[in-house]
Design a protein around this ligand. Structure first.
Ligand SMILES: NC(=O)c1ccc[n+]([C@@H]2O[C@H](COP(=O)([O-])OP(=O)(O)OC[C@H]3O[C@@H](n4cnc5c(N)ncnc54)[C@H](O)[C@@H]3O)[C@@H](O)[C@H]2O)c1
Ligand SMILES: [Zn+2]
Length: 366
């Protein structure tokens, strides 16, 4: 078992990482929640069908009364209407200020349940119990909640830190392969921005990671959580430091938007973004070619990525549009070594376009 402290206001909390933790979730929650008994598990059907029985048994043993409140599955339901429906359900089940919301699912559930908890009765406690790689290494840590608007992703949200984050890597055994690998790119990202040892896990133990070997996976997840915890502890909101977590995301977001959020999963877009920004760092003389090659190999080694057949000019135009909404600057997080990055807001457009063309060439070869 690995415990990671996340030191943010109003109170610090822990992420506990342990294979099989689901079966002991009740005892962990009892230690954090004291006398309170009423839990409301926000989840989606695939997670409920595979894992709810075990969780409910563990909660009952610890004396909790838990109710499941299900939301429809998928990013398209990450919207305010869903939050309203869930709030109505909580109210009809008699949830009061002492109620505790448990977010039991991927990043979509985490974001929706977190927002619900921050709004219901002006704020009730939330516990994160993430079930996807992406949610375990990224979305469940740091207290960001949110839903999408038609105009864009995560445009409505709050900061609402959980009381505890319970991470059980065993839950990933039922995750579809593509979802599993998409989340791994965010873990690899953590290695590139701040932990060379984590990066080497991907070079040395790639096969074990892809086979979901419990021991290696637990370490990869724990190291990623530690990295994110360090960053958000130093910088709870979106200041300078938290920006490094956006490695691969500037171009990644543009690729997601350009492909209509359908063809590529978020993690896959970030993977292409990491390759592109590594090419940019190389072109700008910020990183050596051997190190740049190692980063690209590690990303591409995690297996087939969907082809990106986007026009470089369109990506550049999207970044220009972002610039207008982001106080006039688009930040690129450039790798300078394994475990080191530098933030630059001065990347020439032709360099960006060339890096995107390179993605198309790599796509064609894949
Ligand atoms: N709050 C943050 O800081 C933060 C950070 C990164 C991403 N996010 C958000 O996270 C969301 C993406 O999360 P995601 O990638 O986890 O997607 P997701 O929540 O949609 O889950 C992906 C799919 O996997 C299924 N699933 C989940 N756990 C499973 C399991 N154990 N076994 C089988 N199937 C399972 C889900 O039902 C869903 O169909 C995005 O909306 C993104 O904006 C938030
Ligand atoms: Zn991301």
């Amino acid at each position: 078992m690995i415990r990671v402290n996340i030191a943010v206001p109003p109170r610090p909390y822990e992420a506990v990482i342990d294979s099989g933790l689901l079966l002991r979730a009740g005892a962990h929650l009892r230690a954090v929640l004291g006398e309170r008994n009423r839990l409301f598990l926000v989840t989606v059907s695939p997670v409920r069908r595979k894992w709810a029985k075990k969780l409910l048994a563990s909660l009952a043993t610890a004396g909790f009364s838990a109710r499941i409140v299900e939301m429809p599955d998928g990013e398209s339901h990450k919207k305010l209407a869903t939050v309203e429906q869930l709030a109505e359900k909580l109210s009809s089940l008699g949830a009061d200020r002492n109620a505790v919301v448990v977010a039991f699912g991927g990043g979509v559930v985490g974001d929706v349940a977190g927002l619900l908890a921050s709004l219901y009765m002006r704020g009730v406690d939330v516990v994160q119990l993430p079930t996807t790689v992406l949610a375990q290494v990224d979305a469940s840590i740091g207290g960001k909640t949110g839903v999408n608007l038609r105009a864009g992703k995560n445009l409505v949200g709050t900061f609402h830190q959980p009381r505890v984050v319970l991470i059980d890597p065993n839950l990933l055994s039922t995750l579809p392969d593509r979802e599993f690998r998409a989340g791994l790119y965010e873990a690899l990202k953590c290695g590139v921005i701040g932990n060379p040892e984590l990066f080497r896990q991907f070079e040395d133990h790639k096969d074990k990671i892809l086979k979901r070997d419990a021991e290696v996976l637990e370490k990869v997840i724990a190291d990623s959580v530690k990295l994110k915890a360090e960053v958000v502890s130093a910088d709870e909101r979106e200041g300078g430091l938290r920006r490094v977590l956006n490695f691969g995301h500037t171009i990644g977001h543009a690729l997601e938007a350009e492909t209509g959020y359908r063809k590529v999963l978020h993690g896959e877009a970030v993977a292409w973004g990491m390759v592109a920004v590594t090419k940019i760092a190389l072109a700008m003389g910020k990183i050596g070619s051997v190190t740049a090659g190692r980063i690209a190999d590690a990303v591409l080694g995690l297996g087939p990525l969907p082809k990106v057949d986007v026009k470089p000019g369109n990506i550049v135009r999207r970044l220009q549009a972002d610039k207008k909404t982001l106080n006039g600057t688009v930040h690129f997080v450039l790798p300078t070594d394994i475990g080191k990055v530098e933030v630059s807001s001065h990347v020439p457009e032709n360099v960006i376009a060339e890096a995107v063309s390179e993605l198309r060439r790599l796509s064609a070869r894949n």
